[in-house]
Design a protein around this ligand. Sequence first.
Ligand code: 5GP
Ligand code: ZN
Length: 112
Amino acid sequence: MTDCIFCKIVAGQIPCKKVYEDEELLAFHDIHPWAPVHVLIVPKAHIESHADLTDAHAQLAGRMMVLAPQLMKQLGVSGGFRTVINTGRDGGQEVMHLHMHVMGGPRPWSKG
Ligand code: 5GP
Ligand code: ZN
């Protein structure tokens, strides 16, 4: 997956503003934030999109979901947040490595 931007970030070949890391997940600030706080949660393994998840990924997917509110709390977001997963061309997915957007902070936001 040498052309995948998020695999390169996971491998440390492209820098990121990291907010969380464990054996299977990485979270970092989006380079073009839509909201005062905008992070991306990605699996370290290259999974192309939400459409590629199988039963074998259930725990991993659940951990992404559970991590989102923990990160918002850690980053001082107290008024709620939005989670978004864009999937495939029609879903508006631009980076073809599964990622969950987690956005929060006071309105107005630049987008969303
Ligand atoms: P998508 O449209 O695929 O759901 O969202 C991809 C997101 O990745 C966009 O919000 C974009 O700003 C972010 N992004 C793309 N390239 C980079 C990068 O090199 N570093 C970081 N931190 N975010 C990126
Ligand atoms: Zn990848």
